[in-house]
Design a protein around this ligand. Structure first.
Ligand code: ZN
Length: 142
């Protein structure tokens, strides 16, 4: 999977703002976030989508999803959280390495919550600042 951008992030060959890492999973900021703190979490091993993953690995990944989600929520003081995961082009999957979106949501951040907010671009300094806050919030979880 030499051309896979997420495999490159796992190998450190592509820059990313990592907010959580364990033996099997890696979480980093989405570079075009829907909201501040929008995070992606992936299995380190390459699978195109959830359908290709052994079930025990799906379970392990989602334990990390919950852990990171709680950290993102505390770091951003979000009013709500979306967990999103797409499989296949028809489902709007764009990167074919299994990933889960962890998206902080705020009151009135879109049309009554019926749609998602517009994607935003963030500078490296802002990314590093929110990344640090999330890392600390995930690590200090009781
Ligand atoms: Zn990959």
């Amino acid at each position: 999977m030499e051309d896979c951008i997420f495999c490159k992030i796992v190998k450190g060959q592509e820059q990313s703002t990592i907010v959580y890492e364990d033996e099997h999973s890696l979480a980093f900021l989405d570079i075009h976030p829907l909201n501040l703190g929008h995070t992606l979490i992936i299995p380190k091993k390459h699978y195109p989508g959830m359908g290709e993953m052994p079930l025990d690995e799906v379970g392990r990944l989602f334990v990390s999803v919950a852990k990171v989600m709680q950290g993102v929520r505390r770091a951003t003081k979000a009013n709500g959280m979306n967990i999103g995961q797409s499989n296949g082009r028809a489902a709007s999957q764009e990167v074919f390495h299994m990933h889960v979106h962890i998206i902080p949501r705020f009151d009135n951040d879109s049309q009554g919550g019926l749609t998602f907010p517009e994607r935003k671009s963030m500078g490296p300094a802002d990314r590093e600042a929110i990344g640090k806050r999330i890392r600390e919030a995930v690590e200090t979880r009781g």
